[in-house]
Every structure is written in C-alpha cells, then in structure tokens.
Design a protein around this ligand. Structure first.
Ligand code: APR
Ligand code: PHB
Length: 394
C-alpha cells in the first residue's frame, strides 16, 4: 500500500538549504515537507565551514532562527592574509561601509534550523530512501520514497532539489537540458578540528612556498585549521604531530610560536572543486544550494551561495502563493545563476591567488605573486575583495 501526502512544496534534502526554505515558507503559511535521506544525528555530524555572510545571517533572523547565532557567533570585521611571513589585515568593515561576517559553525546553524522546524511541528522526514521525482514537466509533480517497508507518494505543486552535490534532483533533469561546468583543482584541504584556543582572534589565510594554510575557529575554545595537501594524500598519512609541524611552517614565526596544539577531534581531506549546473529550473523542479553549484572553500562562499538561492525561491514562492504572481519563479534560474557565477569567480580567484600550483609554469607563478602584491597595495582591490567576502547583495 502507498500512503499519499498532499502538500504545496516538496523539498528534497534536509541540509541548511532545504531546512531554511522549509522554515521560511512555513512561517508564511505555505505548506511543505522535507525529505532527508539520513538521520538527524548523521546530518549534524558533518563538519562544514563556519563563515556566514551578512545576508545569510539576516535570513536566519527572518526565519526566527537567529537567536543562538547572535548570542554565540562572533562578528568578524576583518581577516588576515599572510604573504610568505608578513601579515596583512583586510578590513572588511572599512571597505564595505561597516559590513561584517558572522563566524558560526554550519553544524550549529543546521541544529538551530532542525530545532526551529521541530518547534513548529514542521514536516521533516528522516531516512527517506529511494527518493524519486516524477512528472517534473507537468503541473502535478510528485515524489515517491520509502521509509523502512512503507512507501509514500508526495503530491505537490513544486519540487525543490536541495539534496546537495550527490543528490538525486539534478540527475532527474534530462541530459539534453542540463549543462554542467566543472573545474577540479590539483590539491585538497586537510582539515583538523581541535579543542584548543584559536591562534588568532581573526582568520588567517596563508600563502607560502610550502602551500596554502588557513587558521579558522568555531569558538574561543575550538579551532579549525587547514593545510593544502596533494590529492594523493590520505588522512592516515598525517599524524596530528605531522599536521601541527606543517601548519607551523606555513605561518609567520610569531604566529607559529603561539599556536596551541592538541589532539584532533576531527580530521578529513576534501578535494577542491568548482561546479555549476544550468538551468536551475526544469519544469516544476527548482535546484538550490550544493545540488546546483559548489565552490572551493577558500572564499567561504559555499553556504552563502546557497543563501541567495533560498532568498530568491522564498520570495518567488510568496509572490506565487500570496499575490498570484509567478514572475519570480520564471526568473529564478537566471537570477540565481547571475549571483552564483559571481561567487564562483570570487572563490576561483581566492583559490588561484593563495595556493601553490605544482604544475604552473613560472610565468603563471609570477602573475600569481603579483596578483597578491596588487591586492595588498591597492585600496580599490581591497574594496572588491571585501565586497565579495561579506557577500554581494541578493
Ligand atoms: N534523498 C534525500 N535526501 C538526500 C538525497 C536523496 N537522494 N541525497 C542527498 N540528500 C541530503 C543529504 O543527506 C544532505 O543532508 O540532502 C542534504 C543536502 O545538504 P548539503 O549537502 O548540506 O547541501 P545544502 O543544504 O545545499 O547546503 C549547502 O553545505 O556543503 C555545504 O558548502 C556547502 O555550505 C554549503 C552548504
Ligand atoms: C572554516 O572555518 O571551516 C572555514 C572558514 C573560512 C573558509 C573556509 C573554511 O574560507
């Protein structure tokens, strides 16, 4: 027997994108359901980046989920770039007329969204397996899934594909409609989370002869560090001791000297990739977040790139259901992609400027050096960096 669920918006994926949209729509009385493949604990065990741009923080507040973020998150008005031993501060506030970012772990943010959904009795189905999309190019799309032995059909007006890079939604768009653009970088980031005091009160992006490193944080007692490693390396190749030794060598002497080390509580390697799928709408399926695009983490754009998708979708759905105006839905793909590509450009630029490219010809290496030298010497270039880092307007 198949159970039938009727709703307005069927959302595939219970990551930050899906949960945020679900919460915002519910607050406007637009009925929806979230179908998540994994358990809540599994989703909340994933360690992700921790920098939220201004617009995303605003959306969290609009979704009535900003309380803990505002209490525990840290406002950062700048960050540092270490250029081969010399630290330079990028003053975000000065270059953006007072704008800033919020340092708050994505895992905590997802927990807040889950809690908010539970408080409103939002429909969030975990361990929804074999999710399959049907009739996307018709006026009555549906989603089928299984929970244990029980089968379900969700009948809805719209399907939102917020199921991440490996999800089923993007793959449901016919091959002759979908175009995919991809750039794979020849290195990864080895990340370590440790219960230690962060080495610096603001983030440090470090460009050195030995490769890139990043000093980030989750709180005053929890640090997050990364080093660039070859794609052939595995986590087993890196003892904690080897990691700390290498990180120290990629920091200015005085910073390395005050680095507090300790056992890693999480250690993983992530390859760096840029990816965009076009269009972001097919019939009544709308892609959002990582399902449609991913960026290398260097510019901290991942979640922030998802934020504008959610913002545009939320407004388009409100216009459709509350005002009878579907133009926002019709413009969604073009509007979302215009901002997505700007975030792609910025992430590619930061990545290219700060990493060591083993196979780059000397000419390209000189260009890379001069790109950074130009940034560090030009107020106009720093305006541009800051404008992008705090997030372009939606
Ligand atoms: N059916 C149901 N759910 C699925 C399926 C499926 N077939 N495939 C994947 N999912 C779920 C995943 O388990 C995950 O919880 O979809 C969710 C997608 O979440 P994310 O990958 O976190 O993507 P998104 O919500 O768009 O968030 C974007 O996450 O990866 C970071 O840098 C990225 O910060 C950005 C943010
Ligand atoms: C992180 O804290 O994990 C982080 C911060 C900034 C980045 C990437 C990752 O650019």
């Amino acid at each position: 027997m198949t159970n039938t669920i009727k709703t307005k918006v069927g959302i595939v994926g219970g990551g930050p994108s899906g949960l945020m949209l679900s919460q915002l729509l519910d607050l406007k009385g637009i009925d929806n359901i979230v179908l998540e493949k994994h358990t809540r604990d599994y989703v909340l065990s994933r360690i992700r980046a921790g920098v939220l741009e201004h617009g995303f923080a605003e959306l969290m507040r609009e979704a009535q989920c900003g309380e803990r973020m505002d209490a525990e998150g840290e406002i950062h008005e700048g960050f540092y770039i270490n250029d081969g031993g010399t630290m330079h501060r990028m003053d975000l506030a000065k270059h953006t007329g007072g704008n800033s970012v919020v340092v708050y772990g994505q895992t905590e943010l997802t927990r807040d969204l889950y809690d908010a959904r539970a408080k409103m009795n939002g429909k969030v189905i975990h361990e929804a397996l074999d999710v399959t999309l049907h009739g996307l190019d018709t006026d009555s799309p549906s989603i089928t899934y299984r929970q244990g032995d029980e089968k379900f059909t969700v009948e809805c007006d719209f399907v939102i594909g917020a199921d991440g890079f490996h999800g089923v939604s993007r793959k449901s768009i016919p091959k002759d409609v979908l175009r995919e653009y991809e750039k794979v970088y020849p290195f990864g980031w080895l990340g370590v989370l440790s219960r230690t005091k962060p080495v610096n009160h603001e983030l440090i992006y470090s460009k050195t002869e030995r490769g890139f490193a990043l000093c980030s944080l989750r709180s005053q007692v929890l640090s997050r560090y990364y080093i660039q490693v070859p794609l052939t390396d595995t986590v087993e190749d890196w003892s904690d001791e080897a990691f700390w030794d290498e990180l120290k060598q990629r920091l200015p002497g005085e910073v390395a000297a005050r680095l507090e080390t300790g056992p890693s509580i999480e250690k993983s390697i992530a390859p760096l990739r840029s990816f965009v799928a076009e269009p972001m709408r097919y019939g009544n399926l709308f892609l959002a977040g990582d399902a449609a695009h991913i960026v290398p983490p260097t510019g901290a754009r991942g979640l922030n790139s998802a934020a504008s998708d959610i913002y545009y979708l939320y407004h388009a759905m409100m216009d459709h259901y509350l005002e009878g105006d579907s133009s926002g839905l019709d413009q969604y793909s073009a509007k979302a992609l215009a901002r997505v590509w700007k975030a792609q450009r910025f992430s590619w630029w930061m990545t290219t400027m700060l990493h060591k490219f083993p196979d780059h010809p000397e000419y390209d290496q000189r260009l890379q050096d001069i790109e950074l030298a130009y940034l560090l010497s030009s107020e106009a270039a720093q305006d541009s960096l800051a404008e992008n880092y705090v997030g372009l307007p939606f």
